[in-house]
Design a protein. Sequence first.
Length: 125
Amino acid sequence: MVIEIDFNSEEAIYLQLTNQIIMGIATSRLQEGDSLPSVRQLAETIGINMHTVNKAYTLLRQEGFVSIDRRRGAVIAVDADKLKALEEMKQNLLVALARGCCRNVTREEVHQLIDDIFDEYYADK
């Protein structure tokens, strides 16, 4: 698993890490049952604080993307509750669409953007 952290980004490092792991799951680079590196190992590999990795893993667990196993550490365990996932997606999209609406993004542009993203990242799903 390749993690690329943008230390100049305004997005918090733990969120960058969380989002990259979620993208790894969505694009099938990470599969159900795969173990993530230990907190210490990942922190050393990307040169960040262990607490930052721990915060990302905790958030992933809370959101149902990983489970924590005493022997295996953080393990990809995607929450199968589709209705919950759709409701979370709806809430995130409401904010994203409101931002776009404030900047005069049209419905057609939104649809095209979603189609382009889906085709690029999720066509095999």
